[in-house]
Design a protein around this ligand. Structure first.
Ligand SMILES: Cc1cc2nc3c(=O)[nH]c(=O)nc-3n(C[C@H](O)[C@H](O)[C@H](O)COP(=O)(O)OP(=O)(O)OC[C@H]3O[C@@H](n4cnc5c(N)ncnc54)[C@H](O)[C@@H]3O)c2cc1C
Length: 579
């Protein structure tokens, strides 16, 4: 059997290695148009930030090591230009030697990845405007910083790659301005969870503009002027575009393979394209959304690697289905970690899929043990049966394991009631006897069982204050530091003695900092005969963060930026946080 794999990084390298492990006799050719195979895309921003210091560490395997270990015929700088589907042959262009050749195949695997989106904006083609996808892009950005020592950068787009660039440019002592078209950073999050990141970016003195876009970059003597749709103009030294990727379908398209409704290569559940001898994997394909069953593009390394393995299995006769992608992802944003899995509220709303949501703010580990930090979980679930549809977690420590537990629970078809029962590892330095995942399960289950009737932060502004009483059950000190307009302060421990201050005939909205004391207060009032009592889900913390001004304008004045201040901030961040 002769198999050709097109694309030598995540999906392609994984497929080729698996093929060899299953078939020692197959002829396997791995064709990669770039100079490198099997490099660490996900590590690229950290090389720019000098967290990864050695360039060699970015390359996981070389053609030589792949030959030695897996006996693969690896050809870098070899681009596949066309597939002759009838003859089962590919046209290859050897970029280094400027030569064309043809190779036949029995089976073909395509893993051509994705390409960064670069809209036709005037000025985006200048040498100080970058996108980031591969090692040459990385070297170009790093070289620009090393040579020109810029004081400021504009990052266009606050997706995963944009945000990783923000942190790593900050590490290099560069003042950063983000320009984002949406009303929030990090689209996989819902707005109130993104607002926690907005607050953190403000703490780090990152300037950012939301609901705005770059219309033009004018390059002048010594600086560039980034012109936004709002009319604002930002002076900067460099521009980095991270507004997303589109599947690399050039080869598939000209070769006559079917393209799906979302613009990716169409595959069946065995990852076979419209041609029976050609499989496709990775960022280039459309996958089934594990939660809602629709065709989607989810460009992530985990799915690409798994699909590469499955395609190889299927070629070798071990029939295996790809069951869909749930989009589990994680990102470090300065001191915080953001993670998501499954569908978010925005998407479920758009698809008209019924859902309920809960917010819980726990500590990363037992509060009495040093360094416990807050961890916020948004759980999204079916109101009918409690099936988990998605989760978003924002925190400082322990976010990774909590999202993985919930991602696993989703795969197992679990319901929020099951999260209550999970027996998770506990010692004070790692968790609490009720882990944050258990707590999220309790909060969601209480809502579904009717033990806790909730109101969400976005419904507060719609309240009719003549028919409603807002009660803040935190301490007077907390109350004095800020509360919801119109709220009355009755600390939870005084509630039983102050019932005369709470009318029976009005709707009572109770809140505390995170929703726990208010839950207790709600239970007291319900048992004292109050019928219309609601708990503000996620408490004042979720409310306050969500209703604040979200952008962070006018932080820098280009002429007044002091490089020494930037370096100081970056060094202090670096010493605290060298991960
Ligand atoms: C900066 C950055 C950070 C990332 N961080 C993360 C992360 O933290 N977590 C995560 O899950 N994902 C991350 N990703 C995404 C992840 O890298 C991709 O999802 C994954 O690499 C996709 O694998 P793939 O095989 O589909 O494509 P790629 O890994 O991009 O490989 C495709 C290869 O195919 C080659 N190719 C294309 N067309 C041809 C042709 N005609 N002939 C020959 N070769 C061709 C390309 O040159 C390319 O090298 C990141 C991506 C980037 C760029």
């Amino acid at each position: 059997m002769k198999v050709i794999v097109v694309g030598g990084v995540a999906g392609g390298a994984s497929a080729a290695a698996r093929l060899r492990r299953l078939n020692e006799n197959a002829e396997i050719i791995l064709l990669e148009r770039g100079e490198y195979i099997s490099f660490a895309n996900c590590g690229l921003p950290y090389y720019i930030g000098e967290v990864i210091r050695k360039r060699d560490n970015l390359v996981v395997q070389s053609p030589e090591s792949m030959k030695k270990r897996f006996n693969l015929d690896v050809r870098v700088l070899n681009e596949v230009k066309n597939i002759d589907i009838e003859k089962k042959q590919v046209d290859i262009y050897d970029i280094k030697h400027k030569k064309k050749c043809r190779e036949s195949y029995d089976k073909l695997i395509l893993s051509p990845g994705a390409v960064p989106i670069k809209p036709p904006v005037k000025g985006f083609d200048a040498p100080n405007v970058f996108t980031l996808r591969d090692i040459p892009d990385t070297l170009a950005i790093k070289n620009f910083i090393d040579v020109h020592n810029p004081i400021s950068a504009v990052v266009v787009g606050a997706g995963f790659i944009g945000m990783e660039l923000v942190e790593n440019l900050y590490r290099r002592g560069i003042a950063i301005t983000i320009v984002e078209l949406a009303e929030q950073v990090l689209a996989p999050l819902d707005s109130e969870m993104a607002s926690l990141i907005h607050q953190h970016l403000k703490e780090k003195k990152v300037e950012f503009y939301l609901n705005d876009e770059v219309k033009e970059v004018e390059h002048r003597e010594g600086f560039s002027l980034v012109k936004l749709g709002s009319g604002r103009e930002i002076k900067t030294d460099m521009v980095l575009i991270g507004i997303g990727v589109r599947p690399e379908i050039t080869l598939a398209k000209i070769s006559g393979l079917e393209i799906g409704e979302r613009g990716g290569i169409k595959v069946d559940r065995f990852l076979k394209t419209s041609n029976a001898d050609i499989y496709a994997v990775g960022d280039a394909i459309e996958v089934i959304d594990y939660i809602n069953g629709n065709s989607v593009l989810i460009p992530l390394a985990g799915p690409a690697n798994k699909q590469g393995r499955i395609a190889a299995n299927n070629i070798c006769g071990m029939t295996e289905e790809y069951t869909g992608t749930q989009g589990t992802s994680i990102l470090k944003v300065f001191d915080m970690t953001v993670a998501t899995t499954g569908n978010n509220e925005k998407l479920l709303k758009r698809l008209n899929i019924p859902y309920e949501k809960s917010f819980s703010h726990s500590s990363s580990h037992a509060g009495y043990y040093p360094d416990a930090l807050s961890l916020s979980i948004k759980l999204i679930f079916s109101p009918d049966n409690g099936k988990i549809l998605g989760a978003q977690i924002v925190g400082y420590d322990g976010v990774d394991k909590r999202i993985d537990v919930i991602a696993t629970a989703i795969r197992a078809g679990m319901k929020v009631y099951d999260l209550e029962k999970l027996e998770l590892a506990y010692a004070p330095s790692y968790s609490s006897a009720k882990d944050p995942v258990n707590m999220a399960g309790y909060v969601a289950s209480n809502i579904l069982k009717g033990d806790s009737v909730i109101i969400h932060w976005h419904d507060i502004e719609k309240l009719n204050h003549e028919k409603t009483v807002l009660i803040d059950v935190r301490t007077p000190k907390e109350f004095s530091l800020g509360t919801i307009e119109g709220a009355k302060n009755i600390p939870v421990d005084e509630l039983r003695n102050r019932l005369n201050e709470i009318p029976q005939d009005r709707e009572i909205i109770i809140f505390c900092q995170v929703g726990l004391r208010s839950y207790i207060a709600c239970r007291i009032l319900r048992q004292k005969g109050y019928k219309k009592v609601k708990n503000l889900s996620g408490g004042y913390k979720t409310y306050f963060s969500a209703v604040q001004r979200q952008d962070n304008p006018n932080i820098f004045q280009y002429e007044k930026i002091e490089k020494s201040d930037l370096i100081k901030a970056s060094e202090s961040f670096y010493h605290r946080n060298s991960r």
